[in-house]
Write a protein that binds this ligand. Structure first.
Ligand code: FNR
Length: 383
């Protein structure tokens, strides 16, 4: 309403109202390194582009005169593991945000919480877990990049649990970084910077692996970064390992980065409470299947017995509606709010999130839908 009313007065909002507009503004405004890091994907970046285009192949068939169009007729709320969100959106875990904004994760966590949606805090956060938790309200989850050092993995999960996370999201698709030419061409590898490991530096078990405190000298900090690089890739993980996370926490555990229904079945059979269908925004395997194209088969395989989320390519309210129709319980929203963060800090994140919330709400109403319970494949052409 606010954006509409401002528009009526002839005043343009400070920031564009679409994901594409935010990206274009960010390209003009952010440093080359920050923009390359956020926008960059693997190799030819075809998967990243296809993630977005694939949504366009699923068409919603709007229904009329069903009492859904009045703004107060609609209820977008969803229950995830007993946690109620006002809309089926959580901010995706995004690492190394310190290169975009000095106070990134607390800003994102607190804005998401104030808007009644959720947030997922990345392992590669630039602020320690406890400091983010203090301002992130009730609806935040923790994402684990499971390091090869088991003691550090356990410590991170226990810290997140103690700090009040409501679920643990274990990322399966990143035992190593994808081939990302934009970062490589600039000679700027954000993961090798201290900004990506601030949370590790605050971890007592990680610190116990260092000969000298990382604060003591530049050399000690460099050694800490290299120690982290050494433990980042864990090539030994198998579905059965989910049982160990369950020993470290009582929280629900989701596995992120699932694209094949057999992998979804394997992790759910091994005890996972949910999966996130995702190709990491196209940053890992180029020419990978678009996430939304992988969603239906995964939801068919495990949707009855577990929670299914989707990310990679969500750019509008109708994309969210398509994901829900194909079997997602909720979505993770990624790059657009990161551009907002880089462009205007707290206001920028708030703007990006409010725009997609408004878009989803209006689209549902105009499609004749009053609640998420009505959203299934029958709302899609051919569904
Ligand atoms: C990511 N993603 C990610 N995933 C994760 O599990 N842990 C992380 O630390 C990060 N970091 C990260 C940084 C940046 C800059 C991007 C763009 C992405 C992947 C993220 O959670 C999500 O899967 C994608 O962002 C979804 O793609 P779109 O919709 O943002 O293109």
């Amino acid at each position: 309403n606010e954006i509409y009313l401002t528009g009526l007065g002839g005043t343009a909002p400070d920031l564009p109202t679409t994901a594409a507009g935010l990206e274009a503004r960010a390209r003009e405004t952010l440093s080359a390194a920050a923009f390359a890091y956020i926008a960059g994907s693997a190799s030819t970046e075809r998967t990243a582009a296809n993630n977005v285009e694939a949504f366009g192949r699923h068409r919603i068939v709007p229904r009329m005169w069903r009492g859904a169009s009045a703004p107060d007729a609609r209820d977008l709320s969803v229950d995830l593991f007993g946690l109620r969100l006002d809309a089926p959106i959580l901010t995706a875990p995004i690492g190394v945000l310190g290169m975009v904004h000095p106070d990134a994760e607390p800003v994102v966590g607190s804005v998401a919480s104030a808007l009644g949606i959720g947030s997922v805090l990345s392992t590669a956060s630039s602020t320690p877990i406890e400091d983010v938790a203090a301002v992130s309200g009730e609806n935040w989850w923790y994402q684990l990049y499971w390091p090869a050092d088991e003691g550090v993995a356990e410590s991170l999960v226990r810290r997140a649990t103690a700090a009040g996370a409501k679920a643990i999201v274990v990322t399966a698709d990143t035992p190593g970084m994808g081939w990302r030419p934009r970062d490589l061409d600039l000679g700027h590898l954000p993961f090798l910077k201290a900004q990506g490991i601030a949370n590790y530096l605050s971890d007592p078990v990680f610190r116990s692996r260092l000969a000298a405190p990382p604060e003591s000298s530049d050399e000690a900090l460099q050694i800490a970064v290299l120690t982290w690089v050494g433990m980042f890739g864990n090539h030994t993980l198998r579905p059965a390992d989910i049982a160990r996370v369950k020993e470290w926490t009582h929280l629900p555990v989701l596995v992120k980065g699932i694209l094949h229904p057999d992998d979804a079945r394997a992790v759910v059979d091994a005890g996972a409470d949910g999966v996130v269908v995702s190709n990491h925004g196209g940053r890992q395997v180029d020419n990978a299947i678009a996430a939304v194209d992988a969603l239906g088969p995964v939801a068919d395989a495990v949707g009855g017995s577990s929670t299914v989320l989707l990310d990679s390519g969500i750019r509008s309210g109708s994309d969210i509606l398509v994901a829900l129709a194909l079997g997602a319980d909720a979505v993770l929203y990624g790059r657009p709010w990161v551009y907002g963060l880089g462009l205007a800090g707290r206001d920028g994140v708030q703007h990006a999130l409010r725009c997609i919330l408004a878009d989803l709400d209006i689209t549902m109403g105009l499609a004749g839908l009053t609640s998420l319970a009505e959203v299934d494949r029958s709302i899609l052409a051919g569904g």
